[in-house]
Structures are given as structure tokens and as C-alpha cells.
Design a protein around this ligand. Structure first.
Ligand code: F0G
Length: 354
């Protein structure tokens, strides 16, 4: 049967009925790729799988939540959606609003969103409101303005977002035949880690999985409120997607940590970028910096034994590397070779670089 998106695929587990008009771009059903070279480099006996959420229609996991949020907004008669965003939510909101024929308003922190994400919001025709402030300021404003203007909020405080995003856990259980031992995710607002935990619990309760994973959330050191145990007022990190100091799902995330016996930890920008590069060079998988936080953390905790040998680990790569070409290029120090268009010079370029 033709795959037509996650709502249709999991409609029995989502808040829709036969009369609901689905707003979908075929999101979900993303690859679960086993790493082949990195475990050998670590010299540890572990199975690491990458859930490549960057292969969703707009290049991030946000599409899972956005298909639900926009479907429900349209069902309730809404003509406009609004979000604050570090970039990916705005890209997804813009695309799904275009698909639905409604308006998208996106509040983004001036100068702090990656180029690919800005291009997406612009080309899909969202109304872009740049603020002289950070994501947390944007989120506060969105919550305030929703009482004064006819707009539906599609940030992850919208419960339909998490409903859509829980389906990633279903897909993982179905592919592995059970839940993994550990599930590692980058954490900003902590909506996604909470949504995954909902999904795992649902499948466990319905006996579709025999166990539940320990949920491990990794943050960037300059934006790590869950590690500090307190909100952070001026978050900063190269991983702009998770440049968040006042997470919206604070209580939910702590529940996930306790219930799953998991933990939060943080990584420096250097560790994050080096994991991003390692993954591209060793496995051929390109994710944006924030996404690499999950793998960077998993590698550290595998090395120090916190994640035991013999474990099955899933790392979510939340967004595609093409989202942030500037950061990718700035990490590549190899000179390009410039030649005249003659065969000899091409041959020399090859022979000198074998
Ligand atoms: N990874 C990426 C690539 C993201 O874009 C985000 C969040 C996260 C991880 C963190 O997910 O907030 O559920 O813990 N991006 C939001 C945005 C804030 O506006 O695009 P979370």
C-alpha cells in the first residue's frame, strides 16, 4: 500500500477520525541506519542505530508534529498558525501552512537561524517576524499574542505536536522488534524526548514492545538548563537549533528522566562539531550540528561505560546537515584544487591525492 504519511499510517493511535482532512507531505517512515564504522573506532561492542529524521519532507523531525498540529488547526477552522522557532519549526510550519492554504507567522531570533531554515520559511511564504532577542523571548511573545490575535500556536506546547512525534518511537520498535536499551536525543524544549517516551510507553502498555528504553537527553554546554537544574538566561551554542534556555517541557522532561531511569548531560560545541564531522566522514550521514549532540553524548557515555557494552542504542538525528551549510563549510579546512580544464592537470590532482 502506498505510504501516505504518519497520520494515515497510525490513525488508530492519533486523535483523528474518518472525517478529518489530513494535511500531510508524506512525513515519517524515516530510515533507521546501523552505524558500521564508528563502533569499531570506539572499540566497543555496541549496536548504534541512527534514526535519520533529517529525511522528513522539510528536513527535520518537526514534520511529524506539524502534520498533526496543522491538521487539527485546520479541522478547528483556524486560518493562521504561529510559532517561535530556532529555525526548523518555522520551516515545517511554513510548508504545512502552504499545503493547507493557511497563513504562517514565524518569530525567529535575528541572525541566529541557519541559512537553509531561513530559505525554507521564506520560499514557502511564511510571514517572518525577526526579533531582537532569542527563542525564549519569541516563545513568550507567541503565548501572549495568541490571546490577542486569531492564530493557533504550533510550537510543541500544542499537544498535537507531541502526538505526531511519538510515532518515531513506534517505527523504531517495529524495525528493531523491540525498544532499544537506550534512546539518545538532542534536547532543547524537551518536547521530542517527551513525545518519544509517550510512544515507547504506549507500545509497551499495548504489549507491542517488551521493554522501554532509558531516555538520555543531551544539551549544548552553553544552553543546558536540564544539566544545571535551572533556567539559563543567555543561552549560546553553535548548535542554534537547541539554543534554548527556558525549555517549555520542563516538567514533562523530568518525568521522562525519572520514569525511564535516564539522564541529561551536556557537550561542548567542539564535541558536537567533531561528532558531526566524524559521522559524515565515517558513515556518510550528514546531520545538522544540534542533531550530532545525540551521537556525541552517546559516544562519550559508551566510552566511559555509563552505556554498557552489549547495548542497543538509538540516536535521533533530528535535522539534515543541509539546513546549516555555513557551519558545515566552516569546518572543512582542506583546500580545494583549482586547475585549468585539461586532462593532465586532473590526472595530477588525482595522483597527488590518492
Ligand atoms: N534538534 C533540532 C534540529 C531542532 O530543531 C530542535 C528544536 C531540537 C533538536 C530540540 O527538540 O525542542 O523538542 O527538545 N527546534 C525547535 C525549533 C526549537 O524551533 O525548530 P526539542
Amino acid at each position: 500500500m502506498r505510504y501516505t504519511g504518519l497520520i494515515n499510517h497510525y490513525r488508530d493511535r492519533l486523535p483523528v477520525d474518518d472525517s478529518t482532512k489530513l494535511i500531510s507531505l508524506g512525513e515519517g517512515n524515516t530510515p533507521l541506519i546501523q552505524l558500521e564504522n564508528i563502533p569499531a573506532l570506539l572499540n566497543k561492542n555496541v549496536d548504534i542505530y541512527i534514526k535519520y529524521e533529517g529525511l522528513n519532507p522539510t528536513g527535520s523531525f518537526k514534520d511529524r508534529g506539524m502534520t498533526m498540529a496543522v491538521t487539527k488547526a485546520v479541522e478547528s477552522g483556524s486560518k493562521a498558525i504561529i510559532c517561535a522557532s530556532t529555525g526548523n519549526t518555522s520551516a515545517a510550519a511554513a510548508a504545512y501552512a502552504a499545503r493547507a492554504g493557511i497563513k504562517a507567522f514565524v518569530l525567529i531570533p535575528e541572525g541566529k537561524i541557519a541559512l537553509g531554515k531561513l530559505a525554507q520559511a521564506m520560499i514557502h511564504g511564511a510571514v517572518i517576524i525577526q526579533i531582537k532577542g532569542n527563542f525564549d523571548d519569541g516563545m513568550r511573545l507567541v503565548k501572549e499574542v495568541a490571546d490577542h490575535a486569531p492564530v493557533s500556536i504550533v510550537n510543541s506546547i500544542n499537544p498535537f505536536r507531541l502526538q505526531g512525534q511519538k510515532t518515531a518511537a513506534f517505527e523504531i520498535v517495529e524495525e528493531l522488534g523491540d525498544a532499544p536499551d537506550y534512546h539518545c536525543l538532542p534536547v532543547g524544549n524537551a518536547g521530542n524526548i517527551s513525545a518519544h517516551w509517550m510512544g515507547y510507553k504506549e507500545y509497551f502498555d499495548d504489549r507491542k514492545a517488551g521493554k522501554k528504553p532509558k531516555m538520555v537527553g543531551y544539551q549544548a554546554a552553553g544552553a543546558a538548563p536540564f544539566v544545571k537544574g535551572a533556567m539559563v538566561d543567555n543561552p549560546d551554542t553553535v548548535a542554534t537549533a537547541i539554543r534554548i534556555g527556558h525549555p517549555q517541557s520542563w516538567d514533562l522532561a523530568h518525568k521522562v528522566e525519572t520514569e525511564s531511569n535516564g539522564w541529561f548531560d551536556s557537550l561542548t560545541d567542539e564535541e558536537i562539531l567533531s561528532a558531526q564531522k566524524l559521522l559524515t566522514e565515517q558513515e556518510g550521514i550528514f546531520c545538522e550540528p544540534a542533531s550530532a549532540t545525540s551521537l556525541a553524548g552517546a559516544m562519550r557515555d559508551i566510552n566511559n561505560g555509563k552505556i554498557a557494552e552489549g547495548s542497543t542504542i538509538v540516536c535521533t538525528l533530528t535535522g539534515h546537515g543541509l539546513k546549516d551549510p555555513d557551519t558545515a563549510i566552516s569546518q572543512c579546512t582542506d583546500e580545494m584544487i583549482n586547475i585549468n580544464p585539461v586532462m593532465d592537470e586532473v590526472r595530477d590532482a588525482i595522483l597527488n591525492n590518492m
